[in-house]
Design a protein around this ligand. Structure first.
Ligand SMILES: *Cc1c(COP(=O)(O)O)cnc(C)c1O
Length: 396
Protein backbone atom coordinates (compact mmCIF):
# COMPACT_ATOMS: atom_id res chain seq x y z
CA UNK A 1 0.00 0.00 0.00
CA UNK A 2 1.18 3.50 -0.74
CA UNK A 3 2.11 6.05 1.91
CA UNK A 4 3.26 5.59 5.48
CA UNK A 5 1.99 3.05 7.94
CA UNK A 6 1.06 5.12 10.95
CA UNK A 7 2.18 4.01 14.39
CA UNK A 8 0.14 5.20 17.35
CA UNK A 9 0.65 2.45 19.87
CA UNK A 10 2.18 3.36 23.24
CA UNK A 11 5.52 1.81 22.35
CA UNK A 12 7.38 1.22 20.22
CA UNK A 13 7.00 4.83 19.20
CA UNK A 14 8.04 6.74 16.10
CA UNK A 15 11.77 7.19 15.67
CA UNK A 16 13.27 10.50 14.54
CA UNK A 17 15.06 10.23 11.21
CA UNK A 18 18.35 11.42 12.79
CA UNK A 19 18.17 8.61 15.34
CA UNK A 20 17.47 6.01 12.68
CA UNK A 21 20.39 7.18 10.58
CA UNK A 22 22.72 7.29 13.57
CA UNK A 23 22.11 3.56 14.01
CA UNK A 24 22.93 2.75 10.41
CA UNK A 25 26.66 2.38 11.06
CA UNK A 26 29.17 -0.43 10.69
CA UNK A 27 29.79 -2.67 13.68
CA UNK A 28 32.38 -1.28 16.00
CA UNK A 29 34.87 -2.64 18.50
CA UNK A 30 33.38 -2.40 21.98
CA UNK A 31 36.83 -2.86 23.50
CA UNK A 32 38.47 -0.11 21.43
CA UNK A 33 40.53 2.41 23.45
CA UNK A 34 38.30 5.20 22.08
CA UNK A 35 35.02 3.55 23.18
CA UNK A 36 34.86 5.17 26.67
CA UNK A 37 35.01 8.60 25.07
CA UNK A 38 31.64 7.72 23.60
CA UNK A 39 30.08 5.84 26.54
CA UNK A 40 31.09 7.92 29.57
CA UNK A 41 29.19 11.05 28.43
CA UNK A 42 26.25 8.79 27.56
CA UNK A 43 26.01 7.59 31.19
CA UNK A 44 26.21 11.22 32.32
CA UNK A 45 23.57 12.51 29.94
CA UNK A 46 20.98 9.78 30.43
CA UNK A 47 21.01 10.60 34.17
CA UNK A 48 19.67 14.04 33.33
CA UNK A 49 16.52 12.60 31.74
CA UNK A 50 15.76 10.80 35.00
CA UNK A 51 16.77 13.92 36.96
CA UNK A 52 19.05 11.66 38.93
CA UNK A 53 21.79 13.85 40.40
CA UNK A 54 23.69 11.62 42.85
CA UNK A 55 23.00 8.08 41.60
CA UNK A 56 23.75 6.25 38.37
CA UNK A 57 21.99 4.66 35.40
CA UNK A 58 22.51 1.08 34.22
CA UNK A 59 21.95 0.42 30.51
CA UNK A 60 21.09 -3.23 29.83
CA UNK A 61 20.68 -4.88 26.43
CA UNK A 62 17.10 -5.85 27.29
CA UNK A 63 13.61 -4.43 27.14
CA UNK A 64 12.15 -2.51 30.09
CA UNK A 65 11.14 -5.78 31.75
CA UNK A 66 14.83 -6.67 32.12
CA UNK A 67 15.42 -3.44 34.01
CA UNK A 68 12.56 -4.43 36.36
CA UNK A 69 14.31 -7.74 37.02
CA UNK A 70 17.60 -5.95 37.59
CA UNK A 71 15.98 -3.72 40.22
CA UNK A 72 14.38 -6.59 42.11
CA UNK A 73 17.25 -9.06 42.11
CA UNK A 74 19.97 -6.55 42.95
CA UNK A 75 18.23 -4.51 45.64
CA UNK A 76 15.85 -6.94 47.39
CA UNK A 77 16.04 -10.41 48.90
CA UNK A 78 13.54 -13.28 48.78
CA UNK A 79 11.03 -12.90 51.59
CA UNK A 80 11.31 -9.11 51.69
CA UNK A 81 7.98 -7.40 52.26
CA UNK A 82 6.96 -4.93 49.54
CA UNK A 83 3.91 -2.68 49.16
CA UNK A 84 2.39 -2.75 45.68
CA UNK A 85 -0.80 -1.72 43.90
CA UNK A 86 -2.44 -3.12 40.79
CA UNK A 87 -4.76 -1.28 38.43
CA UNK A 88 -3.82 -2.40 34.93
CA UNK A 89 -1.86 -4.96 32.94
CA UNK A 90 1.58 -3.42 33.58
CA UNK A 91 1.15 -2.99 37.33
CA UNK A 92 -0.20 -6.57 37.27
CA UNK A 93 2.93 -7.87 35.54
CA UNK A 94 5.12 -6.14 38.09
CA UNK A 95 3.26 -7.84 40.94
CA UNK A 96 3.59 -11.17 39.13
CA UNK A 97 7.35 -10.69 38.83
CA UNK A 98 7.69 -9.75 42.51
CA UNK A 99 5.87 -12.95 43.48
CA UNK A 100 8.09 -15.04 41.20
CA UNK A 101 11.13 -13.48 42.87
CA UNK A 102 9.79 -14.69 46.22
CA UNK A 103 8.98 -11.25 47.59
CA UNK A 104 6.20 -11.02 50.15
CA UNK A 105 3.75 -8.72 48.38
CA UNK A 106 1.28 -6.56 50.32
CA UNK A 107 -1.04 -5.98 47.39
CA UNK A 108 -3.68 -3.31 47.06
CA UNK A 109 -6.03 -4.03 44.17
CA UNK A 110 -7.57 -0.87 42.76
CA UNK A 111 -10.23 -0.25 40.18
CA UNK A 112 -8.77 -0.13 36.65
CA UNK A 113 -8.91 3.51 35.59
CA UNK A 114 -7.52 4.69 38.92
CA UNK A 115 -3.88 4.71 40.03
CA UNK A 116 -1.57 4.39 43.00
CA UNK A 117 -3.74 4.76 46.14
CA UNK A 118 -1.53 7.27 47.94
CA UNK A 119 -3.83 7.55 51.00
CA UNK A 120 -3.82 3.79 51.55
CA UNK A 121 -0.03 3.70 51.09
CA UNK A 122 0.20 6.44 53.75
CA UNK A 123 -1.94 4.41 56.18
CA UNK A 124 0.02 1.19 55.60
CA UNK A 125 3.36 2.95 56.05
CA UNK A 126 2.15 4.71 59.16
CA UNK A 127 0.96 1.45 60.69
CA UNK A 128 4.25 -0.33 59.89
CA UNK A 129 6.03 0.60 63.15
CA UNK A 130 8.59 -2.17 62.81
CA UNK A 131 9.55 -1.00 59.31
CA UNK A 132 8.98 -4.45 57.87
CA UNK A 133 8.09 -3.00 54.45
CA UNK A 134 11.39 -2.93 52.55
CA UNK A 135 10.15 -1.26 49.37
CA UNK A 136 7.16 0.59 48.00
CA UNK A 137 6.31 0.13 44.32
CA UNK A 138 4.48 2.57 42.08
CA UNK A 139 3.61 2.38 38.40
CA UNK A 140 3.99 5.99 37.33
CA UNK A 141 2.06 5.61 34.09
CA UNK A 142 -0.19 2.57 33.65
CA UNK A 143 -0.02 2.10 29.90
CA UNK A 144 -2.99 -0.27 29.74
CA UNK A 145 -5.50 2.25 31.10
CA UNK A 146 -3.85 5.63 30.43
CA UNK A 147 -3.49 6.52 34.11
CA UNK A 148 -0.71 8.62 35.62
CA UNK A 149 -0.05 8.41 39.36
CA UNK A 150 1.31 10.85 41.89
CA UNK A 151 4.87 9.80 42.69
CA UNK A 152 5.60 12.98 44.67
CA UNK A 153 2.59 11.98 46.79
CA UNK A 154 4.08 8.54 47.47
CA UNK A 155 7.32 10.20 48.57
CA UNK A 156 5.34 12.54 50.84
CA UNK A 157 3.59 9.51 52.38
CA UNK A 158 6.96 7.85 53.07
CA UNK A 159 8.34 11.03 54.59
CA UNK A 160 5.24 11.71 56.71
CA UNK A 161 5.53 8.21 58.19
CA UNK A 162 9.31 8.68 58.58
CA UNK A 163 9.52 5.32 56.83
CA UNK A 164 12.88 4.17 55.41
CA UNK A 165 11.44 1.89 52.67
CA UNK A 166 12.96 2.11 49.20
CA UNK A 167 10.81 3.57 46.43
CA UNK A 168 10.63 1.67 43.11
CA UNK A 169 8.96 3.34 40.14
CA UNK A 170 7.97 1.90 36.77
CA UNK A 171 8.47 4.85 34.46
CA UNK A 172 8.66 2.90 31.20
CA UNK A 173 5.92 4.95 29.52
CA UNK A 174 6.47 8.22 31.40
CA UNK A 175 10.15 9.03 31.82
CA UNK A 176 11.28 11.51 29.19
CA UNK A 177 7.64 12.37 28.36
CA UNK A 178 5.89 13.24 31.64
CA UNK A 179 7.42 15.20 34.55
CA UNK A 180 9.62 12.86 36.58
CA UNK A 181 12.13 13.93 39.23
CA UNK A 182 14.11 11.06 40.66
CA UNK A 183 16.32 13.05 43.01
CA UNK A 184 13.62 15.40 44.28
CA UNK A 185 11.11 12.59 44.80
CA UNK A 186 13.64 10.29 46.39
CA UNK A 187 13.06 7.48 43.91
CA UNK A 188 15.55 4.66 44.52
CA UNK A 189 14.94 2.55 41.41
CA UNK A 190 13.41 4.09 38.31
CA UNK A 191 12.86 1.77 35.37
CA UNK A 192 12.47 2.69 31.71
CA UNK A 193 13.06 1.30 28.25
CA UNK A 194 14.33 2.60 24.93
CA UNK A 195 11.20 2.22 22.78
CA UNK A 196 8.86 4.75 24.42
CA UNK A 197 9.80 8.29 25.42
CA UNK A 198 13.41 7.70 24.39
CA UNK A 199 12.33 7.34 20.73
CA UNK A 200 14.49 4.30 19.96
CA UNK A 201 13.81 0.72 18.94
CA UNK A 202 13.22 -1.75 21.76
CA UNK A 203 16.42 -3.31 23.08
CA UNK A 204 17.74 -1.15 25.90
CA UNK A 205 16.49 -1.37 29.47
CA UNK A 206 17.34 1.58 31.70
CA UNK A 207 17.57 1.37 35.46
CA UNK A 208 18.34 4.59 37.26
CA UNK A 209 19.30 4.04 40.87
CA UNK A 210 19.97 6.16 43.96
CA UNK A 211 22.96 5.84 46.26
CA UNK A 212 20.59 4.28 48.79
CA UNK A 213 19.64 1.54 46.30
CA UNK A 214 23.32 0.88 45.59
CA UNK A 215 23.99 0.55 49.32
CA UNK A 216 21.01 -1.78 49.72
CA UNK A 217 22.28 -3.94 46.87
CA UNK A 218 25.41 -4.75 48.90
CA UNK A 219 23.27 -6.34 51.63
CA UNK A 220 20.67 -7.98 49.40
CA UNK A 221 20.78 -11.75 48.91
CA UNK A 222 19.85 -12.94 45.47
CA UNK A 223 21.43 -14.83 42.61
CA UNK A 224 22.43 -12.38 39.92
CA UNK A 225 24.63 -12.55 36.88
CA UNK A 226 23.48 -10.85 33.66
CA UNK A 227 21.96 -7.92 35.58
CA UNK A 228 24.57 -7.71 38.36
CA UNK A 229 25.14 -4.12 39.53
CA UNK A 230 28.62 -5.07 40.72
CA UNK A 231 29.74 -6.40 37.33
CA UNK A 232 28.15 -3.44 35.56
CA UNK A 233 29.73 -0.84 37.83
CA UNK A 234 33.17 -2.34 37.48
CA UNK A 235 33.00 -2.24 33.69
CA UNK A 236 30.92 0.95 33.27
CA UNK A 237 33.27 3.01 35.45
CA UNK A 238 35.95 2.51 32.82
CA UNK A 239 33.53 3.10 29.93
CA UNK A 240 32.98 -0.55 29.04
CA UNK A 241 30.38 -3.25 29.60
CA UNK A 242 30.69 -6.70 31.18
CA UNK A 243 29.41 -8.27 27.93
CA UNK A 244 28.75 -7.18 24.36
CA UNK A 245 26.77 -3.92 24.38
CA UNK A 246 24.16 -3.12 21.71
CA UNK A 247 26.45 -0.55 20.12
CA UNK A 248 24.06 0.56 17.37
CA UNK A 249 21.31 1.24 19.89
CA UNK A 250 23.83 3.20 21.96
CA UNK A 251 24.67 5.28 18.86
CA UNK A 252 20.95 5.95 18.50
CA UNK A 253 20.68 6.79 22.18
CA UNK A 254 23.40 9.41 21.77
CA UNK A 255 21.27 11.23 19.21
CA UNK A 256 17.99 10.82 21.09
CA UNK A 257 19.59 12.26 24.24
CA UNK A 258 20.87 15.19 22.17
CA UNK A 259 17.38 15.77 20.76
CA UNK A 260 15.89 15.64 24.26
CA UNK A 261 18.47 18.13 25.55
CA UNK A 262 17.90 20.42 22.58
CA UNK A 263 14.12 20.56 23.02
CA UNK A 264 14.40 20.61 26.83
CA UNK A 265 12.50 18.39 29.25
CA UNK A 266 10.01 21.10 30.24
CA UNK A 267 9.17 21.78 26.59
CA UNK A 268 8.83 18.05 25.95
CA UNK A 269 6.43 17.64 28.88
CA UNK A 270 4.40 20.64 27.66
CA UNK A 271 4.27 19.21 24.15
CA UNK A 272 3.06 15.85 25.43
CA UNK A 273 0.38 17.60 27.48
CA UNK A 274 -0.78 19.53 24.44
CA UNK A 275 -0.92 16.41 22.24
CA UNK A 276 -2.87 14.59 24.96
CA UNK A 277 -5.28 17.50 25.37
CA UNK A 278 -5.99 17.40 21.64
CA UNK A 279 -6.85 13.70 21.94
CA UNK A 280 -9.05 14.36 24.96
CA UNK A 281 -10.93 17.11 23.07
CA UNK A 282 -11.69 14.56 20.37
CA UNK A 283 -12.85 11.95 22.89
CA UNK A 284 -15.25 14.52 24.40
CA UNK A 285 -16.55 15.44 20.96
CA UNK A 286 -17.10 11.74 20.14
CA UNK A 287 -19.15 11.62 23.37
CA UNK A 288 -16.97 8.74 24.52
CA UNK A 289 -15.06 8.53 27.79
CA UNK A 290 -11.57 7.64 28.85
CA UNK A 291 -10.79 4.58 30.92
CA UNK A 292 -9.09 6.97 33.40
CA UNK A 293 -11.84 7.74 35.92
CA UNK A 294 -10.96 11.33 36.78
CA UNK A 295 -8.94 14.16 35.25
CA UNK A 296 -6.27 13.78 37.96
CA UNK A 297 -5.43 10.37 36.46
CA UNK A 298 -5.24 11.55 32.82
CA UNK A 299 -2.06 10.36 31.10
CA UNK A 300 -0.22 12.65 28.71
CA UNK A 301 1.39 9.70 26.88
CA UNK A 302 -1.48 7.30 26.20
CA UNK A 303 -5.26 7.55 26.12
CA UNK A 304 -7.38 4.43 26.65
CA UNK A 305 -10.79 5.17 25.15
CA UNK A 306 -13.86 3.18 26.18
CA UNK A 307 -16.10 2.12 23.28
CA UNK A 308 -19.90 2.04 23.72
CA UNK A 309 -21.62 -1.18 24.87
CA UNK A 310 -22.11 -3.60 21.99
CA UNK A 311 -19.01 -2.40 20.12
CA UNK A 312 -15.83 -4.50 20.10
CA UNK A 313 -12.77 -2.27 20.52
CA UNK A 314 -10.58 -4.98 18.93
CA UNK A 315 -12.66 -4.56 15.76
CA UNK A 316 -11.98 -0.80 15.84
CA UNK A 317 -8.24 -1.51 16.05
CA UNK A 318 -8.46 -4.11 13.27
CA UNK A 319 -10.36 -1.68 11.03
CA UNK A 320 -7.90 1.14 11.63
CA UNK A 321 -5.06 -1.18 10.69
CA UNK A 322 -6.69 -2.98 7.77
CA UNK A 323 -8.48 -0.09 6.15
CA UNK A 324 -6.43 2.95 7.15
CA UNK A 325 -2.86 1.64 7.67
CA UNK A 326 -2.89 2.92 11.23
CA UNK A 327 -1.87 1.00 14.33
CA UNK A 328 -3.78 1.83 17.49
CA UNK A 329 -3.34 -0.02 20.79
CA UNK A 330 -5.72 -2.84 21.73
CA UNK A 331 -7.33 -3.23 25.13
CA UNK A 332 -5.29 -5.59 27.33
CA UNK A 333 -6.53 -8.24 29.73
CA UNK A 334 -9.53 -7.01 31.77
CA UNK A 335 -10.31 -4.21 29.31
CA UNK A 336 -9.82 -6.30 26.14
CA UNK A 337 -12.63 -5.51 23.70
CA UNK A 338 -13.70 -2.56 25.82
CA UNK A 339 -11.01 0.04 25.17
CA UNK A 340 -8.66 0.98 22.40
CA UNK A 341 -5.60 3.11 22.97
CA UNK A 342 -3.92 5.96 21.20
CA UNK A 343 -0.25 6.24 22.06
CA UNK A 344 0.80 9.90 21.89
CA UNK A 345 4.33 9.85 23.16
CA UNK A 346 7.77 10.34 21.78
CA UNK A 347 8.51 11.99 18.51
CA UNK A 348 5.20 13.46 17.36
CA UNK A 349 3.36 16.67 16.60
CA UNK A 350 -0.13 18.06 16.08
CA UNK A 351 -0.64 16.87 12.51
CA UNK A 352 0.44 13.34 13.45
CA UNK A 353 -2.09 13.35 16.30
CA UNK A 354 -4.78 14.59 13.90
CA UNK A 355 -3.92 11.65 11.64
CA UNK A 356 -4.32 9.20 14.52
CA UNK A 357 -7.64 10.79 15.44
CA UNK A 358 -8.87 10.68 11.83
CA UNK A 359 -8.07 6.96 11.59
CA UNK A 360 -9.70 6.26 14.96
CA UNK A 361 -12.75 8.29 14.01
CA UNK A 362 -13.21 6.52 10.65
CA UNK A 363 -12.77 3.12 12.28
CA UNK A 364 -15.22 3.97 15.08
CA UNK A 365 -17.86 5.05 12.54
CA UNK A 366 -17.18 1.93 10.45
CA UNK A 367 -17.78 -0.20 13.55
CA UNK A 368 -21.13 1.41 14.21
CA UNK A 369 -20.35 4.14 16.73
CA UNK A 370 -22.64 7.12 16.12
CA UNK A 371 -20.27 9.99 15.40
CA UNK A 372 -20.70 12.92 13.05
CA UNK A 373 -17.76 12.67 10.62
CA UNK A 374 -15.13 15.22 11.59
CA UNK A 375 -16.50 15.83 15.08
CA UNK A 376 -13.48 14.57 17.03
CA UNK A 377 -10.85 15.62 14.53
CA UNK A 378 -12.52 19.04 14.34
CA UNK A 379 -12.35 19.48 18.11
CA UNK A 380 -8.64 18.63 18.11
CA UNK A 381 -7.98 20.87 15.11
CA UNK A 382 -9.66 23.79 16.88
CA UNK A 383 -7.71 23.16 20.07
CA UNK A 384 -4.37 22.94 18.27
CA UNK A 385 -5.14 25.94 16.09
CA UNK A 386 -6.13 28.17 18.99
CA UNK A 387 -3.33 27.16 21.34
CA UNK A 388 -0.48 26.83 18.85
CA UNK A 389 2.37 29.25 18.30
CA UNK A 390 5.05 29.76 15.68
CA UNK A 391 7.72 28.50 18.08
CA UNK A 392 8.30 25.36 16.06
CA UNK A 393 8.84 27.21 12.82
CA UNK A 394 11.28 29.58 14.51
CA UNK A 395 13.31 26.76 16.02
CA UNK A 396 13.56 25.04 12.61
C1 LIG B 1 5.99 -1.03 27.95
C2 LIG B 1 5.88 -1.09 29.42
C3 LIG B 1 6.51 -2.07 30.17
C4 LIG B 1 7.25 -3.23 29.53
O1 LIG B 1 8.38 -2.82 28.93
P1 LIG B 1 9.09 -3.77 27.84
O2 LIG B 1 10.10 -2.84 27.26
O3 LIG B 1 8.02 -4.18 26.89
O4 LIG B 1 9.67 -4.89 28.58
C5 LIG B 1 6.44 -2.01 31.54
N1 LIG B 1 5.74 -1.06 32.16
C6 LIG B 1 5.08 -0.10 31.49
C7 LIG B 1 4.33 0.92 32.24
C8 LIG B 1 5.13 -0.10 30.10
O5 LIG B 1 4.47 0.84 29.41
Amino acid sequence: MAGFNHLFIPGPTNIPEQVRQAMNVPMEDMRAPSFPKFTLPLFEDIRKVFRNVTGRVFIYPSSGTGAWEAAMENVLSPGDRVLMSRFGQFSHLWVDMAERFGLHVDLIDCEWGTGVPVEIYAERLHADHGHRIKAVFATHNETATGVTSDIAGVRAALDAAKHPALLFVDGVSSIGSIDFRQEEWGVDCAVSGSQKGFMLPAGLGFLSVSGKALEASKQAQHHRCFFSFEDMIKANDTGYFPYTPATQLLRGLRVSLDLIAEEGLEAIFARHHRMAEGVRKAVDAWELRLCAKEPKWHSDTVSAIVVPDGIDSAEVVRTAYGKYQTSLGVGLSKVAGKVFRIGHLGWLNEVMVCGALAAAEMALIDCGVKIRPGAGVGAAVEYFRQTGSMAVAKAA
